[in-house]
Design a protein around this ligand. Structure first.
Ligand code: GDP
Length: 609
Protein backbone atom coordinates (compact mmCIF):
# COMPACT_ATOMS: atom_id res chain seq x y z
CA UNK A 1 0.00 0.00 0.00
CA UNK A 2 1.39 3.38 -0.91
CA UNK A 3 0.97 5.98 1.79
CA UNK A 4 1.40 8.89 -0.55
CA UNK A 5 4.35 10.39 1.32
CA UNK A 6 6.60 12.31 -1.06
CA UNK A 7 10.04 10.93 -1.86
CA UNK A 8 13.11 13.03 -1.59
CA UNK A 9 16.09 12.90 -3.78
CA UNK A 10 18.72 13.27 -1.16
CA UNK A 11 17.77 16.83 -0.42
CA UNK A 12 18.72 18.08 2.99
CA UNK A 13 16.10 18.92 5.58
CA UNK A 14 16.89 20.35 8.98
CA UNK A 15 14.85 19.22 11.95
CA UNK A 16 15.12 20.31 15.55
CA UNK A 17 16.12 17.64 18.01
CA UNK A 18 12.93 16.01 19.28
CA UNK A 19 10.85 17.04 16.28
CA UNK A 20 7.58 15.23 15.59
CA UNK A 21 6.30 13.63 12.41
CA UNK A 22 4.13 16.72 11.96
CA UNK A 23 7.24 18.88 11.95
CA UNK A 24 8.81 16.50 9.47
CA UNK A 25 5.69 16.63 7.31
CA UNK A 26 5.77 20.44 7.32
CA UNK A 27 9.29 20.43 5.94
CA UNK A 28 8.50 18.12 3.04
CA UNK A 29 4.98 19.31 2.41
CA UNK A 30 3.41 16.01 3.29
CA UNK A 31 0.36 14.93 5.19
CA UNK A 32 1.43 13.94 8.76
CA UNK A 33 -0.80 10.87 8.56
CA UNK A 34 1.18 9.58 5.61
CA UNK A 35 4.35 9.70 7.71
CA UNK A 36 2.62 7.88 10.56
CA UNK A 37 1.78 5.21 7.99
CA UNK A 38 5.37 5.13 6.71
CA UNK A 39 6.69 4.66 10.21
CA UNK A 40 4.13 1.95 10.80
CA UNK A 41 5.37 0.17 7.67
CA UNK A 42 8.88 0.49 9.06
CA UNK A 43 7.67 -1.24 12.21
CA UNK A 44 7.39 1.69 14.58
CA UNK A 45 4.22 3.04 16.08
CA UNK A 46 4.68 6.77 16.25
CA UNK A 47 1.93 9.34 16.52
CA UNK A 48 2.02 12.52 14.48
CA UNK A 49 2.71 14.85 17.37
CA UNK A 50 4.93 12.70 19.50
CA UNK A 51 8.50 13.87 19.85
CA UNK A 52 10.77 11.46 17.97
CA UNK A 53 14.23 10.20 18.78
CA UNK A 54 17.12 11.11 16.49
CA UNK A 55 17.13 7.53 15.24
CA UNK A 56 13.49 7.61 14.23
CA UNK A 57 13.92 10.86 12.31
CA UNK A 58 17.03 9.61 10.57
CA UNK A 59 15.41 6.28 9.72
CA UNK A 60 12.38 7.91 8.19
CA UNK A 61 14.57 10.36 6.31
CA UNK A 62 16.64 7.57 4.85
CA UNK A 63 13.54 5.61 3.93
CA UNK A 64 12.00 8.55 2.10
CA UNK A 65 15.21 9.70 0.52
CA UNK A 66 15.81 12.87 2.54
CA UNK A 67 19.10 13.78 4.09
CA UNK A 68 17.93 14.62 7.61
CA UNK A 69 20.12 16.92 9.68
CA UNK A 70 19.20 17.01 13.34
CA UNK A 71 19.71 20.42 14.80
CA UNK A 72 20.27 20.67 18.53
CA UNK A 73 18.74 23.59 20.45
CA UNK A 74 22.25 25.00 20.83
CA UNK A 75 22.78 24.89 17.07
CA UNK A 76 19.44 26.56 16.55
CA UNK A 77 20.43 29.29 18.92
CA UNK A 78 23.74 29.73 17.17
CA UNK A 79 21.87 30.18 13.91
CA UNK A 80 19.60 32.73 15.56
CA UNK A 81 22.54 34.72 16.94
CA UNK A 82 24.28 34.55 13.59
CA UNK A 83 21.40 36.59 12.18
CA UNK A 84 22.58 39.35 14.50
CA UNK A 85 26.23 38.79 13.62
CA UNK A 86 26.96 37.31 17.01
CA UNK A 87 29.25 34.31 17.20
CA UNK A 88 29.71 32.96 20.71
CA UNK A 89 32.38 30.50 19.62
CA UNK A 90 34.48 32.92 17.64
CA UNK A 91 38.15 32.26 18.15
CA UNK A 92 39.86 34.81 20.34
CA UNK A 93 43.35 36.02 19.53
CA UNK A 94 45.98 34.82 21.99
CA UNK A 95 47.05 38.33 22.87
CA UNK A 96 43.58 39.20 24.09
CA UNK A 97 43.55 36.35 26.60
CA UNK A 98 44.01 37.14 30.25
CA UNK A 99 44.28 34.70 33.15
CA UNK A 100 41.02 34.29 35.00
CA UNK A 101 40.07 32.69 38.32
CA UNK A 102 38.88 29.07 38.38
CA UNK A 103 35.19 28.38 38.91
CA UNK A 104 34.52 25.67 41.47
CA UNK A 105 31.43 23.59 42.27
CA UNK A 106 31.16 21.69 45.54
CA UNK A 107 29.48 18.32 45.23
CA UNK A 108 29.02 15.26 47.43
CA UNK A 109 26.60 13.09 49.32
CA UNK A 110 23.87 14.71 51.36
CA UNK A 111 24.98 15.67 54.89
CA UNK A 112 28.64 15.27 54.08
CA UNK A 113 29.09 19.00 54.62
CA UNK A 114 28.78 20.85 51.30
CA UNK A 115 26.88 23.77 52.81
CA UNK A 116 29.17 24.02 55.82
CA UNK A 117 32.21 23.90 53.58
CA UNK A 118 30.91 26.68 51.33
CA UNK A 119 30.27 28.76 54.46
CA UNK A 120 33.72 28.06 55.83
CA UNK A 121 35.39 28.98 52.53
CA UNK A 122 33.43 32.21 52.34
CA UNK A 123 34.78 33.18 55.76
CA UNK A 124 38.41 32.79 54.72
CA UNK A 125 38.11 35.57 52.19
CA UNK A 126 40.88 38.05 52.82
CA UNK A 127 39.08 40.96 51.22
CA UNK A 128 35.57 40.29 52.54
CA UNK A 129 36.45 42.11 55.74
CA UNK A 130 37.38 45.27 53.87
CA UNK A 131 34.25 45.15 51.74
CA UNK A 132 32.10 45.03 54.82
CA UNK A 133 28.71 44.65 53.17
CA UNK A 134 26.01 42.27 54.25
CA UNK A 135 26.65 38.80 52.95
CA UNK A 136 23.93 37.74 50.57
CA UNK A 137 23.27 34.44 49.02
CA UNK A 138 23.33 35.15 45.31
CA UNK A 139 24.22 31.65 44.11
CA UNK A 140 27.93 32.27 43.66
CA UNK A 141 30.76 34.11 45.35
CA UNK A 142 34.40 34.85 44.93
CA UNK A 143 37.14 34.61 47.50
CA UNK A 144 40.64 36.00 47.29
CA UNK A 145 43.41 34.02 48.95
CA UNK A 146 47.16 34.40 49.17
CA UNK A 147 48.95 31.81 47.06
CA UNK A 148 52.67 31.66 46.39
CA UNK A 149 53.09 35.34 47.06
CA UNK A 150 50.13 36.41 44.99
CA UNK A 151 46.51 37.16 45.78
CA UNK A 152 44.44 34.74 43.79
CA UNK A 153 40.70 34.76 43.28
CA UNK A 154 38.56 31.61 43.20
CA UNK A 155 34.89 31.62 42.24
CA UNK A 156 32.50 29.24 43.97
CA UNK A 157 29.08 28.27 42.78
CA UNK A 158 27.11 28.36 45.97
CA UNK A 159 24.26 26.10 44.90
CA UNK A 160 25.17 22.86 46.57
CA UNK A 161 23.78 19.79 44.94
CA UNK A 162 24.30 18.26 41.59
CA UNK A 163 21.16 19.65 40.06
CA UNK A 164 22.56 23.04 39.18
CA UNK A 165 25.66 21.46 37.77
CA UNK A 166 23.73 18.97 35.66
CA UNK A 167 21.09 21.44 34.59
CA UNK A 168 23.75 23.77 33.27
CA UNK A 169 25.61 21.01 31.58
CA UNK A 170 22.41 19.68 30.05
CA UNK A 171 22.03 23.03 28.37
CA UNK A 172 25.53 22.97 27.10
CA UNK A 173 26.76 25.54 29.56
CA UNK A 174 29.92 24.26 31.08
CA UNK A 175 30.72 26.68 33.85
CA UNK A 176 32.66 24.59 36.31
CA UNK A 177 36.42 24.25 36.00
CA UNK A 178 37.02 22.18 39.13
CA UNK A 179 34.80 20.04 41.34
CA UNK A 180 35.44 19.78 45.05
CA UNK A 181 34.12 16.37 46.02
CA UNK A 182 33.16 16.39 49.69
CA UNK A 183 33.29 13.02 51.42
CA UNK A 184 32.60 12.74 55.14
CA UNK A 185 35.40 10.77 56.76
CA UNK A 186 32.99 9.14 59.20
CA UNK A 187 30.69 7.92 56.46
CA UNK A 188 32.87 7.23 53.44
CA UNK A 189 31.86 6.93 49.81
CA UNK A 190 28.08 6.98 49.41
CA UNK A 191 25.75 6.79 46.39
CA UNK A 192 25.68 10.52 45.72
CA UNK A 193 29.46 10.63 46.08
CA UNK A 194 29.66 8.26 43.14
CA UNK A 195 27.00 10.19 41.26
CA UNK A 196 28.90 13.45 41.74
CA UNK A 197 32.10 11.80 40.67
CA UNK A 198 30.46 10.51 37.52
CA UNK A 199 29.09 13.93 36.69
CA UNK A 200 32.51 15.47 37.09
CA UNK A 201 34.13 12.77 34.98
CA UNK A 202 31.49 13.07 32.27
CA UNK A 203 32.18 16.79 32.13
CA UNK A 204 35.92 16.12 32.12
CA UNK A 205 36.39 18.38 35.12
CA UNK A 206 39.31 17.74 37.50
CA UNK A 207 38.40 16.79 41.06
CA UNK A 208 39.86 17.86 44.38
CA UNK A 209 38.66 15.65 47.22
CA UNK A 210 37.79 17.33 50.51
CA UNK A 211 37.78 14.62 53.16
CA UNK A 212 35.50 16.33 55.64
CA UNK A 213 34.59 15.91 59.31
CA UNK A 214 38.07 14.71 60.25
CA UNK A 215 37.40 16.21 63.69
CA UNK A 216 34.97 13.40 64.43
CA UNK A 217 36.24 10.58 66.65
CA UNK A 218 35.13 7.91 64.18
CA UNK A 219 36.65 9.69 61.19
CA UNK A 220 38.71 7.48 58.90
CA UNK A 221 40.20 9.71 56.19
CA UNK A 222 42.49 6.96 54.87
CA UNK A 223 39.53 4.73 54.23
CA UNK A 224 38.03 7.43 51.99
CA UNK A 225 41.26 7.54 50.00
CA UNK A 226 41.21 3.78 49.78
CA UNK A 227 37.56 3.65 48.68
CA UNK A 228 38.01 6.27 45.98
CA UNK A 229 40.82 4.35 44.31
CA UNK A 230 38.06 1.97 43.15
CA UNK A 231 36.60 4.88 41.22
CA UNK A 232 39.82 5.90 39.59
CA UNK A 233 40.77 8.69 42.00
CA UNK A 234 44.24 7.93 43.24
CA UNK A 235 45.62 10.28 45.87
CA UNK A 236 48.89 12.08 45.18
CA UNK A 237 50.48 10.58 48.27
CA UNK A 238 49.80 7.14 46.73
CA UNK A 239 51.36 8.15 43.43
CA UNK A 240 48.19 9.34 41.73
CA UNK A 241 47.30 12.80 40.51
CA UNK A 242 44.25 13.69 42.59
CA UNK A 243 44.72 15.98 45.56
CA UNK A 244 43.00 14.88 48.76
CA UNK A 245 42.78 17.37 51.61
CA UNK A 246 41.59 16.58 55.13
CA UNK A 247 39.23 19.28 56.34
CA UNK A 248 36.70 19.90 59.06
CA UNK A 249 34.23 22.41 57.72
CA UNK A 250 32.40 22.93 60.99
CA UNK A 251 35.36 24.10 63.06
CA UNK A 252 36.91 25.45 59.84
CA UNK A 253 40.21 23.57 59.72
CA UNK A 254 42.08 22.66 56.57
CA UNK A 255 40.28 25.26 54.45
CA UNK A 256 43.45 27.11 53.43
CA UNK A 257 45.04 23.84 52.37
CA UNK A 258 41.94 22.97 50.35
CA UNK A 259 42.00 26.30 48.51
CA UNK A 260 45.70 25.82 47.90
CA UNK A 261 44.95 22.41 46.38
CA UNK A 262 42.30 23.98 44.14
CA UNK A 263 44.78 26.53 42.81
CA UNK A 264 47.52 23.93 42.37
CA UNK A 265 45.12 21.68 40.48
CA UNK A 266 43.96 24.57 38.33
CA UNK A 267 47.51 25.59 37.50
CA UNK A 268 48.60 22.02 36.80
CA UNK A 269 45.77 20.86 34.60
CA UNK A 270 43.91 23.84 33.25
CA UNK A 271 44.61 26.77 31.03
CA UNK A 272 42.25 29.33 32.47
CA UNK A 273 42.15 32.36 30.27
CA UNK A 274 39.49 34.58 28.78
CA UNK A 275 39.31 37.87 26.95
CA UNK A 276 38.27 40.81 29.08
CA UNK A 277 37.56 43.11 26.17
CA UNK A 278 34.43 42.91 24.08
CA UNK A 279 30.78 42.47 25.04
CA UNK A 280 30.15 40.21 28.01
CA UNK A 281 29.01 36.63 27.65
CA UNK A 282 28.27 34.08 30.30
CA UNK A 283 25.75 31.96 32.10
CA UNK A 284 22.85 32.50 34.46
CA UNK A 285 23.64 30.73 37.72
CA UNK A 286 20.47 31.46 39.61
CA UNK A 287 17.44 33.66 39.20
CA UNK A 288 14.32 34.66 41.02
CA UNK A 289 11.59 37.19 41.18
CA UNK A 290 11.97 39.73 43.96
CA UNK A 291 8.93 41.62 45.20
CA UNK A 292 10.62 44.97 45.29
CA UNK A 293 13.35 44.67 42.70
CA UNK A 294 11.72 42.58 40.00
CA UNK A 295 13.58 39.90 38.06
CA UNK A 296 16.98 39.16 39.58
CA UNK A 297 19.59 36.97 37.97
CA UNK A 298 23.01 35.98 39.17
CA UNK A 299 25.21 35.72 36.15
CA UNK A 300 28.73 34.48 35.80
CA UNK A 301 30.72 36.36 33.23
CA UNK A 302 32.79 34.03 31.05
CA UNK A 303 34.13 36.38 28.39
CA UNK A 304 34.37 40.12 28.07
CA UNK A 305 33.30 42.63 30.69
CA UNK A 306 29.79 43.34 31.86
CA UNK A 307 29.02 46.93 32.78
CA UNK A 308 26.07 48.70 34.32
CA UNK A 309 24.00 50.12 31.49
CA UNK A 310 24.73 47.24 29.09
CA UNK A 311 21.84 45.80 27.10
CA UNK A 312 21.70 42.09 27.76
CA UNK A 313 19.69 39.06 26.79
CA UNK A 314 19.60 36.01 29.08
CA UNK A 315 17.65 33.09 27.68
CA UNK A 316 14.29 34.55 26.79
CA UNK A 317 14.68 37.54 29.10
CA UNK A 318 16.22 40.85 28.16
CA UNK A 319 16.80 44.29 29.59
CA UNK A 320 19.37 46.84 30.48
CA UNK A 321 21.64 46.28 33.48
CA UNK A 322 20.29 48.77 36.01
CA UNK A 323 22.71 47.75 38.71
CA UNK A 324 25.09 44.93 39.56
CA UNK A 325 25.72 43.70 43.09
CA UNK A 326 28.30 41.30 44.44
CA UNK A 327 27.77 38.73 47.17
CA UNK A 328 28.44 41.36 49.83
CA UNK A 329 25.68 43.59 48.55
CA UNK A 330 28.16 46.10 47.15
CA UNK A 331 27.57 47.77 43.83
CA UNK A 332 29.87 46.58 41.09
CA UNK A 333 30.57 48.75 38.09
CA UNK A 334 32.34 46.14 35.98
CA UNK A 335 32.37 42.37 36.06
CA UNK A 336 35.20 40.50 34.35
CA UNK A 337 35.46 36.78 33.57
CA UNK A 338 34.66 34.42 36.48
CA UNK A 339 33.04 37.27 38.37
CA UNK A 340 29.51 36.43 39.55
CA UNK A 341 27.15 39.37 39.93
CA UNK A 342 23.51 39.86 40.70
CA UNK A 343 21.96 41.73 37.82
CA UNK A 344 18.97 44.02 38.22
CA UNK A 345 16.97 45.27 35.29
CA UNK A 346 15.81 42.24 33.34
CA UNK A 347 12.22 42.31 32.16
CA UNK A 348 11.56 38.68 33.09
CA UNK A 349 13.23 35.83 34.95
CA UNK A 350 15.66 33.73 32.89
CA UNK A 351 16.37 30.09 33.72
CA UNK A 352 19.42 28.76 35.53
CA UNK A 353 21.86 27.60 32.90
CA UNK A 354 20.62 30.03 30.27
CA UNK A 355 23.39 31.84 28.51
CA UNK A 356 23.49 35.61 28.59
CA UNK A 357 25.20 38.09 26.37
CA UNK A 358 25.51 41.79 26.08
CA UNK A 359 24.75 43.33 22.71
CA UNK A 360 24.95 46.64 20.95
CA UNK A 361 21.53 47.98 21.73
CA UNK A 362 18.15 47.35 23.30
CA UNK A 363 16.59 46.44 20.00
CA UNK A 364 18.96 43.56 19.31
CA UNK A 365 18.54 42.00 22.74
CA UNK A 366 14.79 42.37 22.56
CA UNK A 367 14.60 40.69 19.18
CA UNK A 368 16.82 37.80 20.27
CA UNK A 369 14.73 37.34 23.42
CA UNK A 370 11.49 37.45 21.49
CA UNK A 371 12.63 34.91 18.95
CA UNK A 372 13.81 32.60 21.70
CA UNK A 373 10.49 32.94 23.48
CA UNK A 374 8.61 32.17 20.28
CA UNK A 375 10.73 29.10 19.73
CA UNK A 376 10.18 27.88 23.27
CA UNK A 377 6.46 28.42 22.97
CA UNK A 378 6.43 26.41 19.78
CA UNK A 379 8.42 23.65 21.41
CA UNK A 380 6.20 23.45 24.46
CA UNK A 381 3.14 23.65 22.25
CA UNK A 382 4.44 20.72 20.27
CA UNK A 383 4.84 18.78 23.50
CA UNK A 384 1.43 19.61 24.86
CA UNK A 385 -0.58 19.23 21.67
CA UNK A 386 -1.83 15.91 22.90
CA UNK A 387 -5.48 16.06 22.02
CA UNK A 388 -5.32 17.89 18.78
CA UNK A 389 -5.54 15.06 16.33
CA UNK A 390 -7.32 11.82 15.78
CA UNK A 391 -4.06 9.92 15.89
CA UNK A 392 -3.27 11.12 19.35
CA UNK A 393 -6.79 10.46 20.49
CA UNK A 394 -6.47 6.90 19.31
CA UNK A 395 -3.13 6.66 20.96
CA UNK A 396 -4.69 7.72 24.22
CA UNK A 397 -7.45 5.20 23.87
CA UNK A 398 -4.94 2.51 23.20
CA UNK A 399 -3.08 3.58 26.29
CA UNK A 400 -6.32 3.47 28.25
CA UNK A 401 -4.62 1.47 30.94
CA UNK A 402 -2.20 4.22 31.67
CA UNK A 403 -2.64 6.70 34.41
CA UNK A 404 -0.74 9.88 34.62
CA UNK A 405 0.05 12.48 37.16
CA UNK A 406 0.32 15.87 35.59
CA UNK A 407 1.98 18.74 37.40
CA UNK A 408 2.50 22.45 37.15
CA UNK A 409 5.52 23.47 39.24
CA UNK A 410 5.93 27.01 40.50
CA UNK A 411 8.77 28.04 42.77
CA UNK A 412 10.65 30.97 44.20
CA UNK A 413 13.73 30.49 42.08
CA UNK A 414 14.58 28.74 38.86
CA UNK A 415 17.15 26.66 40.72
CA UNK A 416 14.59 25.23 43.13
CA UNK A 417 12.07 24.55 40.39
CA UNK A 418 14.65 22.72 38.34
CA UNK A 419 16.01 20.82 41.29
CA UNK A 420 12.50 19.70 42.19
CA UNK A 421 11.65 18.70 38.65
CA UNK A 422 14.90 16.81 38.25
CA UNK A 423 14.35 14.98 41.50
CA UNK A 424 10.77 14.10 40.58
CA UNK A 425 11.85 12.52 37.37
CA UNK A 426 14.28 10.40 39.28
CA UNK A 427 11.50 8.76 41.28
CA UNK A 428 11.24 5.20 40.10
CA UNK A 429 7.75 4.56 38.90
CA UNK A 430 6.27 1.65 37.03
CA UNK A 431 5.75 1.90 33.30
CA UNK A 432 2.00 2.19 33.44
CA UNK A 433 2.28 5.53 35.17
CA UNK A 434 3.37 8.68 33.51
CA UNK A 435 4.61 11.76 35.26
CA UNK A 436 4.25 14.91 33.23
CA UNK A 437 5.25 18.44 34.01
CA UNK A 438 3.30 20.66 31.66
CA UNK A 439 4.57 23.94 32.98
CA UNK A 440 7.18 25.22 35.33
CA UNK A 441 8.02 28.75 36.31
CA UNK A 442 9.20 31.23 38.87
CA UNK A 443 6.78 33.35 40.88
CA UNK A 444 3.40 33.13 42.59
CA UNK A 445 0.70 30.77 41.38
CA UNK A 446 -1.44 32.70 38.93
CA UNK A 447 -4.77 32.37 37.17
CA UNK A 448 -3.01 31.26 34.05
CA UNK A 449 -1.39 28.36 35.97
CA UNK A 450 -4.84 27.26 37.14
CA UNK A 451 -6.19 27.56 33.62
CA UNK A 452 -3.37 25.48 32.30
CA UNK A 453 -3.84 22.86 35.00
CA UNK A 454 -7.55 22.51 34.42
CA UNK A 455 -7.12 22.43 30.66
CA UNK A 456 -4.55 19.67 30.74
CA UNK A 457 -5.51 16.96 28.29
CA UNK A 458 -5.59 13.73 30.22
CA UNK A 459 -6.33 14.66 33.77
CA UNK A 460 -6.50 17.81 35.78
CA UNK A 461 -3.01 18.79 36.75
CA UNK A 462 -1.92 19.38 40.30
CA UNK A 463 -0.09 22.61 41.00
CA UNK A 464 2.98 22.45 43.20
CA UNK A 465 3.93 25.68 44.92
CA UNK A 466 7.48 25.57 46.20
CA UNK A 467 7.92 28.50 48.58
CA UNK A 468 5.27 30.39 46.63
CA UNK A 469 1.56 30.82 47.25
CA UNK A 470 -1.63 31.57 45.38
CA UNK A 471 -3.70 34.64 46.14
CA UNK A 472 -7.21 34.11 47.52
CA UNK A 473 -8.68 34.92 44.17
CA UNK A 474 -6.54 32.31 42.47
CA UNK A 475 -7.37 29.83 45.25
CA UNK A 476 -11.09 30.32 44.67
CA UNK A 477 -10.62 29.84 41.00
CA UNK A 478 -8.68 26.62 41.61
CA UNK A 479 -11.42 25.36 43.90
CA UNK A 480 -14.05 25.99 41.28
CA UNK A 481 -11.96 24.29 38.63
CA UNK A 482 -11.17 21.37 40.93
CA UNK A 483 -7.48 22.00 40.66
CA UNK A 484 -5.47 20.91 43.63
CA UNK A 485 -2.69 23.18 44.86
CA UNK A 486 -0.07 21.80 47.20
CA UNK A 487 2.53 23.90 48.97
CA UNK A 488 5.99 22.81 49.94
CA UNK A 489 9.04 24.46 51.35
CA UNK A 490 11.31 21.42 51.57
CA UNK A 491 12.22 19.53 48.43
CA UNK A 492 12.41 16.18 50.15
CA UNK A 493 8.93 16.54 51.51
CA UNK A 494 7.57 17.38 48.09
CA UNK A 495 9.30 14.39 46.59
CA UNK A 496 8.07 12.07 49.31
CA UNK A 497 4.48 13.15 48.93
CA UNK A 498 4.51 13.03 45.18
CA UNK A 499 6.10 9.63 45.27
CA UNK A 500 3.31 8.49 47.58
CA UNK A 501 0.75 10.04 45.27
CA UNK A 502 2.27 8.23 42.32
CA UNK A 503 2.06 4.95 44.16
CA UNK A 504 -1.48 5.74 45.27
CA UNK A 505 -2.42 6.32 41.69
CA UNK A 506 -1.58 2.79 40.85
CA UNK A 507 -4.51 0.53 40.42
CA UNK A 508 -4.14 -2.15 43.05
CA UNK A 509 -2.45 -5.26 41.79
CA UNK A 510 -3.81 -8.59 42.90
CA UNK A 511 -2.08 -11.85 43.27
CA UNK A 512 -3.51 -15.29 43.61
CA UNK A 513 -2.96 -16.99 46.94
CA UNK A 514 -3.77 -20.66 47.10
CA UNK A 515 -6.18 -21.59 49.86
CA UNK A 516 -6.74 -25.29 49.58
CA UNK A 517 -7.28 -28.29 47.35
CA UNK A 518 -9.82 -31.09 47.49
CA UNK A 519 -10.31 -34.26 45.54
CA UNK A 520 -13.74 -35.34 44.32
CA UNK A 521 -14.49 -38.83 45.65
CA UNK A 522 -18.13 -39.18 44.69
CA UNK A 523 -20.69 -37.32 42.66
CA UNK A 524 -24.38 -37.47 43.53
CA UNK A 525 -27.43 -35.87 42.13
CA UNK A 526 -29.94 -34.24 44.41
CA UNK A 527 -33.28 -33.36 42.97
CA UNK A 528 -33.31 -30.15 44.97
CA UNK A 529 -29.74 -28.92 44.69
CA UNK A 530 -28.40 -30.56 41.55
CA UNK A 531 -24.95 -32.16 41.42
CA UNK A 532 -23.14 -32.53 44.73
CA UNK A 533 -19.48 -33.41 44.87
CA UNK A 534 -18.32 -35.44 47.83
CA UNK A 535 -14.76 -34.39 48.49
CA UNK A 536 -11.74 -34.95 50.67
CA UNK A 537 -9.80 -31.81 51.49
CA UNK A 538 -6.17 -32.56 50.57
CA UNK A 539 -4.45 -29.37 51.63
CA UNK A 540 -5.19 -26.07 53.30
CA UNK A 541 -8.87 -25.41 53.70
CA UNK A 542 -11.93 -25.04 51.56
CA UNK A 543 -14.15 -22.04 52.08
CA UNK A 544 -17.63 -21.31 50.99
CA UNK A 545 -17.74 -18.74 48.17
CA UNK A 546 -14.08 -19.36 47.37
CA UNK A 547 -12.92 -19.02 43.77
CA UNK A 548 -11.73 -22.25 42.28
CA UNK A 549 -10.43 -23.97 39.20
CA UNK A 550 -10.81 -27.64 38.35
CA UNK A 551 -7.97 -29.91 37.34
CA UNK A 552 -8.44 -33.23 35.65
CA UNK A 553 -5.32 -35.32 35.29
CA UNK A 554 -3.32 -32.21 35.99
CA UNK A 555 -5.02 -30.18 33.28
CA UNK A 556 -7.25 -27.21 34.00
CA UNK A 557 -10.70 -28.06 32.72
CA UNK A 558 -12.62 -25.19 34.28
CA UNK A 559 -11.79 -21.70 35.53
CA UNK A 560 -13.91 -19.11 37.28
CA UNK A 561 -15.63 -21.67 39.40
CA UNK A 562 -17.16 -20.72 42.74
CA UNK A 563 -17.84 -23.00 45.68
CA UNK A 564 -21.47 -22.07 46.13
CA UNK A 565 -22.33 -24.29 49.07
CA UNK A 566 -20.31 -26.30 51.50
CA UNK A 567 -21.46 -28.94 53.99
CA UNK A 568 -19.98 -31.16 56.65
CA UNK A 569 -22.37 -34.09 57.07
CA UNK A 570 -25.77 -32.47 57.22
CA UNK A 571 -24.63 -29.03 58.37
CA UNK A 572 -23.69 -25.99 56.39
CA UNK A 573 -20.04 -25.10 56.93
CA UNK A 574 -18.11 -21.94 56.15
CA UNK A 575 -14.83 -23.83 55.90
CA UNK A 576 -13.51 -27.35 55.98
CA UNK A 577 -9.92 -28.23 56.83
CA UNK A 578 -7.36 -30.54 55.39
CA UNK A 579 -8.05 -34.22 56.05
CA UNK A 580 -11.84 -33.82 56.36
CA UNK A 581 -14.60 -34.83 54.06
CA UNK A 582 -17.23 -32.48 52.78
CA UNK A 583 -19.97 -32.09 50.25
CA UNK A 584 -20.12 -29.10 47.98
CA UNK A 585 -21.83 -27.61 45.00
CA UNK A 586 -20.17 -25.39 42.45
CA UNK A 587 -21.31 -22.72 40.11
CA UNK A 588 -19.50 -22.36 36.83
CA UNK A 589 -18.73 -26.07 36.53
CA UNK A 590 -21.49 -28.53 35.64
CA UNK A 591 -19.70 -31.82 35.00
CA UNK A 592 -17.73 -32.89 38.06
CA UNK A 593 -16.14 -36.35 37.87
CA UNK A 594 -14.58 -38.56 40.45
CA UNK A 595 -10.87 -37.82 40.60
CA UNK A 596 -11.17 -34.13 39.69
CA UNK A 597 -9.15 -31.80 41.88
CA UNK A 598 -10.67 -28.56 43.09
CA UNK A 599 -8.07 -25.88 43.67
CA UNK A 600 -9.33 -22.85 45.56
CA UNK A 601 -7.61 -19.51 45.88
CA UNK A 602 -8.15 -16.00 47.00
CA UNK A 603 -7.17 -12.78 45.24
CA UNK A 604 -5.11 -10.65 47.55
CA UNK A 605 -3.94 -7.09 46.94
CA UNK A 606 -0.23 -7.04 46.39
CA UNK A 607 1.58 -4.45 48.44
CA UNK A 608 3.57 -2.03 46.29
CA UNK A 609 7.29 -2.10 46.78
P1 GDP B 1 25.29 19.04 53.06
O1 GDP B 1 23.99 18.29 53.07
O2 GDP B 1 26.35 18.28 52.33
O3 GDP B 1 25.18 20.46 52.63
O4 GDP B 1 25.80 19.02 54.58
P2 GDP B 1 25.79 20.19 55.65
O5 GDP B 1 26.83 21.20 55.35
O6 GDP B 1 24.42 20.67 55.87
O7 GDP B 1 26.30 19.36 56.91
C1 GDP B 1 25.58 18.26 57.41
C2 GDP B 1 25.81 18.09 58.88
O8 GDP B 1 27.16 17.76 59.14
C3 GDP B 1 25.54 19.35 59.68
O9 GDP B 1 24.90 18.99 60.88
C4 GDP B 1 26.91 19.93 59.93
O10 GDP B 1 26.94 20.68 61.11
C5 GDP B 1 27.74 18.69 60.04
N1 GDP B 1 29.13 18.94 59.64
C6 GDP B 1 29.54 19.48 58.47
N2 GDP B 1 30.90 19.57 58.46
C7 GDP B 1 31.34 19.06 59.62
C8 GDP B 1 32.64 18.87 60.20
O11 GDP B 1 33.67 19.21 59.61
N3 GDP B 1 32.70 18.30 61.40
C9 GDP B 1 31.59 17.92 62.08
N4 GDP B 1 31.74 17.37 63.27
N5 GDP B 1 30.35 18.09 61.60
C10 GDP B 1 30.21 18.65 60.38
Amino acid sequence: MSSGAPRGNGQEIRLSRGASLSDFADKINANPGSLVQEMFNLGEMVTATQSCSDDTLLLLGEHLGFNVQIVSPEDEDRALLAQFNIDLDAAVDEDRLVTRPPVVTVMGHVDHGKTKLLDAIRKTNVVAGEAGGITQHIGAYQVVVPHQGEERAITFLDTPGHEAFTAMRARGAQVTDIVILVVAADDGVMPQTVEALNHAKAADVPIVVAVNKVDKPDANPDKVRQQLTDYGLLAEEYGGDTMFVNVAAKPGTGIDELLEAVLLTADASLELTAPTDGPAQGVVVESHLDKGRGALATVLVQKGTLRAGDSIVAGGAHGRVRAMLDENGNTVAEAEPARPVLVLGLTSVPGAGDTFLAAEDDRTVRQIAEQRQARRRAASFANSRTRATLETLMEQLKEGEKTSLTLVIKGDSSGSVEALEDALFKIEIPDEIQLKVIHRGVGAITESDVNLASASSDATATIIGFNVRASNKVKDMADRANVEIRYYSVIYQAIEEIEAALKGLLKPEYEEVEQGTAEIREVFRSSKIGLIAGCMVRSGLLRRNAKARILRDGVVVAENVTISSLRRFKDDATEVREGFECGLTMSGFGTPQVGDVIETFEMREKPRA
